[in-house]
Design a protein around this ligand. Sequence first.
Ligand code: ZN
Ligand code: ZN
Length: 371
Amino acid sequence: MATYAKAAIVREVGKPVVVETIEVAAPRHGEVTVRLSACGVCHSDLSATNGTLNFPLPLVLGHEGAGVIVAIGDGVDNYAVGDHVISSFVSLCGHCHYCQTGRPQLCVQSLKSQYTLPDGTVRTRDAAGKDLNVFCGCGVMAEVATVHMGNVVKIDQQMPLDRAALISCGVMTGVGAAVNTAKVEAGSIAVIFGCGGVGLNAIQGCAIAGAGVIVAVDTSDEKLELARQFGATHGFNVTGREDAGKALFKLTGGGADYAFDCVGVGKISEMAWGVLRRGGTAVIVGISGPKDQIVLSAQQVATSEKTLTGSYYGSARPQLDFPRLIGLYRSGRLKLDQLITRTYSIDEAPQAFADLNAGKQGRGVIIFDAA
Ligand SMILES: [Zn+2]
Ligand SMILES: [Zn+2]
């Protein structure tokens, strides 16, 4: 049976998101329907509204959600109605080359569900009966969403769902970049460019991994102050600093072991590469526009033995990592409460995007009314 739900939708690039009542169809084979409790407003959602990420429109936003399963389709034997789940914006098939080699974040099923469910169809329609695409197979910035079971991870029911939602994108992406992708070593030196939702989590990932020096870089003193609460040992405001690269190299005592571009701009990635000591690792976490380039000295790539790597979804293994992150939160080592800087109702979604676009710090979260 179909359900009606309010959802945040992008209909036109460069225009404010709109909130509409949509029809959400019942789950088919291998799918579940989730009643959402909370959904974070992520920079990738914003990128879908301004064209940095090019999705076919109209599109239901949202990929950082948590809620309760209210219906299951045929062939779903590992989830039940009443289970609490977090969304995963990569859909896991469990048997492709990547799933089998421990890199499920690169799963081929995910490529088939970038704006639909993995079978290429959607369960969402607008009031006029027209299909609505869904962000990364999720579309969870809605009161209700029907998704593939490969896009959800079951969690402990004691975990508050508004905190849990944050794990599914920003926390996993940032902490994972440090812990999974870079495998930051205890006592090492790390530089993090960009202290937004993902950057703060890369900082706390480095702190959890035991990095000795963690330098936060941003253009906002306010964000650098927040970065300290997440474990940064130093803050560096790059505003007007033509000498930023050299200054950071000096500040780290001759280069960092790890540098993270959490903004996703070619020039910043180059700067991350530049602040490394020989043998260091630069990790590109932020997702740039499709035409952005990185220019490196080919000679230096060979002679410095530095590594440049991408980190997609914090190299997440969602079924393994989400419960681990919840464990870290419970033991007080992962900060989630402090990440939520403002909550919104679904009707306030346009304001949430305006605030994110204006560079307001931390994470905004949409809280859905308990039905
Ligand atoms: Zn996200
Ligand atoms: Zn797979």
